[in-house]
Design a protein around this ligand. Structure first.
Ligand SMILES: *Cc1c(COP(=O)(O)O)cnc(C)c1O
Length: 401
């Protein structure tokens, strides 16, 4: 049996929706993007949503919106995908990495210790789809108000550290019975090909700023900023008589095209109504099976106030070395099951190592990484395939530990 790690979920509805974009005479940012933005708002209850070409650019856009740049610090977990750090680097600020907890997510205690008068934002990451402790983060940034030194109009207006959640994994996850998107100041979802909902490449920026901000006004600003700071998008300009425009900000060019938005338009309702439940079922199947194994450490997926979007099944094997984990993965792969590791802590990667980040400062991130194996999880998996996966993993683990 050959089982891929994360093939995209493409059905006839997706194909039809993409065809309708192709046949409509308009293929870049236009009505399909608008519709996808409305659907994200409808399902997550985010006040406003802007779709962009990736979560990475969505994070950069949020940082730029807050006037973050050279000399500023942004706190991120050491255990995440590189994009979280790169977005900070691309706006000229310094990523301040902190260690995580056993649930893979950023440690609030370490976040607190890392806050200085230069801290302008924190980017907690919902690893594997498991929401961070947002009440604690909210309390923390409010507690640290006195330390905050505003240096832009929006910073003056908010008067505290901005909370941008890297929710690349966690669309559909809930916190206090509420979908993510309307929890933090700004939530960034990814619609990359391997994520729970995809547009092949893409991202969504949910805007949920407190008063006195007007979220619709900030959406208008960000939309313009994501299109080179141009006052009219190409769709409006293409109408007869609509030729004149102006450039009013040094914007980015990070808009999402309609062809891609069409994929998301077809996927999003089905995800919230059906395929998310299917992911939960698979999680529960894995859980039931591995619960009986003394060597298995199961990933969190529900608690009193949180539910996961079940993006990754991050299985850990108790007390094994990195070399043993690698050998187990090789054995599993030989038997046709594609697995993965999420994530290599950033300080293990050359770029960050060369910048001076040292893995020894992040013992929990390393411990989570060294024994972690992510198993396939997607709605197309059949019962037979799931059985094959758990048996293959078990055989591989038990032959190596
Ligand atoms: C996938 C991912 C991103 C980046 O998403 P893109 O849409 O590919 O830019 C950011 N953060 C995390 C944690 C991710 O897994």
């Amino acid at each position: 049996m050959k089982i891929p790690f994360s093939p995209p979920y493409i059905n006839q509805d997706v194909i039809q929706e993409v065809n309708s974009a192709l046949e409509s005479g308009w293929i870049t940012t236009g009505p399909k993007v608008k519709l996808l933005e409305e659907l994200v708002c409808e399902y997550t209850l985010a006040p406003n949503t802007l779709c962009v070409n990736s979560a990475t650019s969505g994070l950069m856009l949020a940082l730029k919106w807050y006037g973050i740049g050279s000399g500023d610090e942004v706190i991120i977990p050491a255990y995440t995908y590189a994009a979280t750090a790169l977005a900070v680097i691309h706006v000229g600020a310094t990523p301040v990495m902190v260690d995580v907890e056993a649930d893979f997510n950023i440690s609030i205690h370490n976040m607190e210790k890392a806050i200085t008068s230069k801290t302008k934002a924190v980017i907690p990451v919902d690893i594997a789809g498991w929401p961070c402790d947002y009440e604690a983060i909210d309390a923390l940034v409010k507690n640290k108000k006195d330390l905050f030194k505003p240096s832009s109009e929006n910073q003056e207006k908010l008067g505290r550290i901005l909370v941008i959640s890297d929710s690349a994994h966690s669309i559909g996850a809930t916190y206090n019975n509420q979908y993510l998107g309307a929890i933090t100041d700004i939530t960034v979802f990814s619609f990359h090909a391997v994520k729970n909902v995809t547009t092949a490449e893409g991202g969504a920026v949910c805007i949920n700023l407190p008063k006195p901000f007007n979220n619709q006004e900030e959406y208008n600003y960000l939309r313009c900023f994501s299109l080179n700071g141009q006052t009219k998008d190409a769709f409006t300009k293409s109408k007869a008589g609509g030729w004149r425009y102006d450039i009013i900000y040094p914007g980015l060019k990070i808009n999402m095209p309609d062809i891609l938005a069409a994929i998301g338009v077809a996927q999003l309702p089905e995800y919230f109504e059906k395929t998310l439940d299917k992911r939960v079922e698979i999680y529960e199947y894995y859980h039931k099976f591995f619960q009986a194994k003394a060597w298995a450490v199961l990933p969190p997926y529900k608690s009193e106030n949180k539910t996961s979007s079940c993006h990754l099944y991050a299985l850990r094997i108790k007390d094994i070395s990195e070399a043993t984990r690698d050998a187990i993965i090789e054995e599993i792969s030989k038997n046709g099951v594609a697995v993965n590791v999420h994530f290599q802590p950033l300080p293990l990667l050359t770029l960050f190592k060369n910048m001076g980040y040292d893995i020894n400062a992040f013992p929990m991130a390393f411990n989570n990484y060294k024994c972690e194996i992510s198993l396939p999880i997607y709605p197309q998996l059949t019962q037979k395939e799931l059985e094959y996966i758990v048996n293959t993993v078990t055989k591989a683990v038990e032959s190596k530990i």
